[in-house]
Design a protein around this ligand. Sequence first.
Ligand SMILES: NC(=O)N[C@@H](CC(=O)O)C(=O)O
Ligand SMILES: [Zn+2]
Ligand SMILES: [Zn+2]
Length: 456
Amino acid sequence: MPDLLIKNAKIFYDNYLQPAEIVIDEGKVIKIAKEADVIAGEVIDAAGSLVLPAGIDVHVHFREPGLTHKEDWYTGSCAAAAGGIATVVDHPNTIPPTIDKKSFEEKLKLASRKSIVDFGIHGGVTNNIEKLTELWGEGVTAFGEIFMAESTGGLNIDEITLEKALGILNELGAIAVIHAEDDTIRLECEALLKNDMSPSSHSRARPNICEATAVQKVVDLLRKTGARGHICHVSAFESVGVLGRDRYIAREKSLSPITCEVTPHHLFLSTRDWERLGCYGKMNPPLRDRRSVKFLLNSLNDGTIDIVASDHAPHCESEKDMDIKTAPSGVPGVETLMPLMLMAVKKNLLPLGRMVDATSAAPARIFGLDRHSKGRLKVGFDADLIIVDTKKVTTIKGELLHGKVGWTPFEGVEAIFPDITISRGNVIWDGEISAPRGRGNFLPGTGKYMATSGHH
Ligand SMILES: NC(=O)N[C@@H](CC(=O)O)C(=O)O
Ligand SMILES: [Zn+2]
Ligand SMILES: [Zn+2]
């Protein structure tokens, strides 16, 4: 008898919403049919709600080890589950940073003990060029974010180191995940604004051209070295222009595309929100004006932007409640990503199919998580699913979220939260967290398999 039957579901299949029943056994989807005609150990009646692939958030900062007053693997993964995300990839700017075998093993142990969702771990790139191969063999998902400019953690590197690292990543066949901002432009602008204490000065300290210049530089370096690249959190319309041009050339030359992501805060907030948010609106890259915001949404629609990722970067209120120069950069977002995207679909800002691809199938494909059967509602794939009643529009409240910091830049914004999140056939969220600590599995990157299978 299979473990679970979801009946009265509506699924998005063949570009249509269709009624379906989904049969799950041993964590996998084993049958999808109009009428499954089986008796299962357990039955969930979706009562006509949508059943979609759970989200995959490839950009979170879960802050452990070292910064657990902001977040840890348990609270971060609970926030993910409550927001409809069943897989995350963590970034390296923890304390210690994830830059060698030892720090990687430490993070892996903590995450394995505490995470309730499946996870990958990215390796960091600093002056650890000689450690990249060992990190790859340990099973990091990819390398990054590689900081071209200062951001939380101070892991930024210069262009010479970046080029060297990209050469090695090309040999490994690993993806370079880039935080693209130009540090020279940042320093120049910051110097000019050193007496400007208005929160909105942060957007001018890191203007559009600061990002676009770095995007152009790293595109050139990726093409020169041959390394595969993914650009984090693009925010300026000029950057998307640079990437669109490269994509066109890449297609003509049959090169692998450089992929990119956008965050919900760059899609749904703008420089207008400085007034409401004050220093809580400080993040890198910063809030942009309406022109970029519109362009980002169009580019997500037409596929120039591949995926949505949260850049979940929590800081405590006591840390944010400082002057704009002292406050740390970053906002929480893992729990609100899917609810905001579902709301965007309801408002006709984006077709459902595009939203589903950008939050599940595409991140899985780009980061090789599809080899772990992630990212699709499909027979043979992991039963990582959400059940959503799209009629249930609520407003986001920081105090109801499950991360540690208790605030959100989206306070009062309309959203659609999932009723149920299922990970490998287990209900991990149904209005409360229903998963034991440490049930989440590590999803090793391809370097691990190459190391164990003995060829390179
Ligand atoms: N986005 C941010 O402003 N901050 C991130 C780091 C980063 O992604 O740059 C953080 O870890 O706090
Ligand atoms: Zn970043
Ligand atoms: Zn980040």
